[in-house]
Design a protein around this ligand. Structure first.
Ligand SMILES: Nc1ncnc2c1ncn2[C@@H]1O[C@H](COP(=O)(O)OP(=O)(O)O)[C@@H](O)[C@H]1O
Ligand SMILES: [Mg+2]
Length: 344
């Protein structure tokens, strides 16, 4: 590979020994005509180098808003970060001026989106868009930048990269476009990659290929990956730890094996039971009944109580407990986690 030997400006307060990402008690609200929606309501999680942290939950629970807040690309207004910290190697990104934030976004924490077509610019070739990154952020010559673009397309296993570098986004299939997105995200060698439902728009075979590619690149680069998904099936093979979100909160946090062996929150359990299983062919899926609540109109008590088969009076009256320690390495926000874990 061409040497990318340009040093980044030092970030004041950067601690190389601190974790690549720590989100602490993050609060994001949307001020809308229908009232205030607490889209992210005290979310905390961390990410080690080389680790995959899955953020899992049904649509509307605050996953993308969390990612947008980390990237500093929240739609403001109506969205506002109203509290918490987002630490990159000990530096609180929320306190950085926008000029510094932009550098972090380009070089250190990158993101790929569900919809690759709308994330790429339709009027420029894929090669031009990749080369621009190197020209702008690394000061490379046109020729070097193009060579580097071809290397990157090779890296994400796009066949005939040397020719395809001159094609426009619409000339690529959905899966190949998502590979281009990955190439763009990895171009400047970030330490953290946030992938927001990166395979949702693709068919199942292509999904598996893209996930395998992401996992491979992540390992090669010892990069931290935040994998956002609503699909519990996707995370089983690739995630190390999982944060399950519901209505703007993390309601369970654990290692992937613990979650699969014995979920401790009724919502996680419901998500698990709704994965189609080949060994139980013909058996009815017990998907969770009902829909997540509107964030401007949460039910009283625990936000999940109307859909919960474990719910008691306390769950309808009192707010859900904050995350309770289930074991040294896992937490769940449910009074009845013992019952939930126990009755397999
Ligand atoms: N641009 C917006 N304007 C108003 N509310 C928004 C906007 N974006 C997100 N929200 C609110 O935040 C909630 C969480 O959205 P999001 O993070 O996109 O969910 P998901 O978990 O599906 O990614 C939505 O249900 C909505 O209430
Ligand atoms: Mg989303």
């Amino acid at each position: 590979m061409t040497d990318v030997n340009v040093k980044l400006d030092a970030l004041p307060g950067l601690d190389p020994n601190a974790l690549p990402l720590e989100v602490k008690n993050l609060q994001v609200e949307f001020r809308t005509r229908n009232g205030i929606a607490h889209a992210v309501n005290g979310v905390s999680f961390d990410l080690r180098a080389g680790e995959t942290r899955a953020i899992l939950g049904e649509s509307g629970c605050g996953k993308s808003v969390t990612a947008q807040a980390i990237m500093g690309i929240l739609d403001t207004p109506p969205g506002f970060v109203t509290g918490g910290e987002i630490l990159y190697r000990g530096v609180d990104l929320l306190k950085l001026p926008e000029s510094e934030r932009r550098k972090v976004r380009a070089n250190r924490i990158a993101m790929i989106f569900q919809d690759a077509l709308s994330a790429l610019n339709p009027v420029f070739t894929v090669g031009f868009q990749l080369a621009e990154l190197f020209r702008k952020h690394r000061g490379m010559s046109r020729q070097d930048a193009k060579a580097r673009a071809i290397e990157l397309l090779d890296l994400v296993k796009i066949p005939a990269a040397r020719q395809r570098v001159n094609d426009y986004p619409h000339q690529f299939s959905g899966g190949m476009r998502q590979r281009v997105m990955i190439a763009m995200a990895l171009a400047l060698d970030p330490e953290v990659l946030i992938a927001d439902e990166p395979t949702t728009a693709l068919d199942v075979t292509v999904q598996a290929q893209i996930m395998a590619l992401l996992a491979e690149l992540q390992q090669e680069r010892n990069m931290g990956l935040v994998l956002i998904t609503h699909d519990m099936g996707v995370v089983a093979d690739v995630a190390d730890r999982i944060s399950v979100m519901y209505a703007g909160r993390v309601i369970e946090e654990a290692g992937v094996d613990d979650i699969y062996a014995s979920p401790a929150h009724p919502y996680t359990k419901g998500l698990l039971e709704s994965i189609p299983r080949l060994d139980l062919k013909g058996q009815e899926l017990s998907a969770i009944k009902g829909l997540p609540p509107a964030l401007t109109n949460l039910p009283s008590g625990c936000a999940f109580n109307p859909r919960c088969r474990y719910a008691q009076d306390v769950c309808r009256k009192d707010p859900a407990p904050s995350l309770l320690q289930v074991s040294p390495s896992r937490t769940a926000a449910c009074h009845f986690w013992k019952e939930v874990k126990g009755d397999e």
